[in-house]
Design a protein around this ligand. Structure first.
Ligand code: ATP
Ligand code: MG
Length: 247
């Protein structure tokens, strides 16, 4: 296992968010973490990534490097797209020339044009900024990538393109990933396994291996999988949530 959470619990100001979470990521495995707003997905991701110390339980990491992609791109505004992508490489101490080469290769992989690389974040579109953030994460050759609703703010067409980039990169580079999302169809597209976190029980209510391999599932299969789950009680909080959004 690349990452193991063992009996992890957390609370803010004495209010429990979740208790007794056991979760692991195998090598090359993409796990989607889904659950209603406020159930603690971001908190759990931050604990898994070492950005937050859990109150209870332990986290074991068996990898060298990880990267995080947040919902907002979090680029440094005074740096060009190229320098933002290369940022983690500078910290790792690689040479200037190899930094630039890696940044350009990673930029091309996420569909950025050469001309975009000299632009500053303010000169990029929202979609281009998020591509830059994904390229910056992949540039460090991570063994594990943490995604916190990375594509929630982008439009539907681009969302699919960015999901495909993640699927291709995971298959090519064999990183493991924890992918937080609100979107069940996104989860079923990108992940090998789905973990559902509940507000009511403050824990994991479902842990399902998704049939097939990311990137090879047809839209119909994705639709039917979600259709099937919509009748399953462990998913009801998610669907309640969606119904509320629809109203
Ligand atoms: N720094 C903090 N201080 C106090 N409470 C916090 C803090 N961060 C999160 N919380 C609380 O912990 C709970 C879980 O928050 P978290 O952000 O992990 O939820 P989430 O599942 O990621 O929600 P969303 O889907 O809306 O992003 C919420 O009740 C939130 O108000
Ligand atoms: Mg969140």
């Amino acid at each position: 296992m690349k990452l193991t959470l063992d009996g992890v619990g957390h609370a803010f100001l004495g209010r429990a968010v979740f208790e007794n979470i056991d979760l692991s990521l195998a090598e090359g495995e993409v796990v989607a973490l889904i659950g209603p707003s406020g159930c603690g997905k971001t908190t759990l991701l931050q604990i898994a990534a070492g950005l937050l110390e859990p109150l209870r339980g332990r986290v074991r990491r068996a990898y060298r490097r990880h990267a995080v992609v947040f919902q907002e791109p979090r680029l440094l505004p005074w740096m060009t797209a190229r320098d933002n992508i290369a940022y983690g490489l500078r910290a790792a101490g690689s040479g200037k020339r190899s930094q630039a080469e890696t940044a350009e290769r990673r930029a091309a992989e996420v569909g950025l044009q050469a001309g975009d690389l000299d632009k500053y974040p303010a000169e990029l579109s929202g979609g281009m900024r998020q591509r830059t953030a994904v390229a910056r994460a992949f540039a460090v050759d991570p063994d594990v990538v943490f995604f916190d609703e990375p594509f929630t703010a982008v439009d539907v067409g681009l969302k699919r393109t960015l999901q495909n980039l993640v699927i291709e990169a995971a298959a090519r580079d064999h990183f493991s990933a924890l992918f937080v999302t609100h979107d069940l169809s996104e989860a079923v597209r990108v992940a090998h396994r789905l973990v559902v976190l509940s507000n009511r029980t403050r824990g994991i209510v479902a842990n399902r291996v998704i049939a097939g391999t990311p990137g090879t599932r047809r839209d119909r299969m994705i639709f039917e999988t979600i259709e099937g789950w919509s009748r399953d009680p462990v998913f009801c909080e998610l669907f309640d949530n969606e119904r509320q959004h629809a109203l």
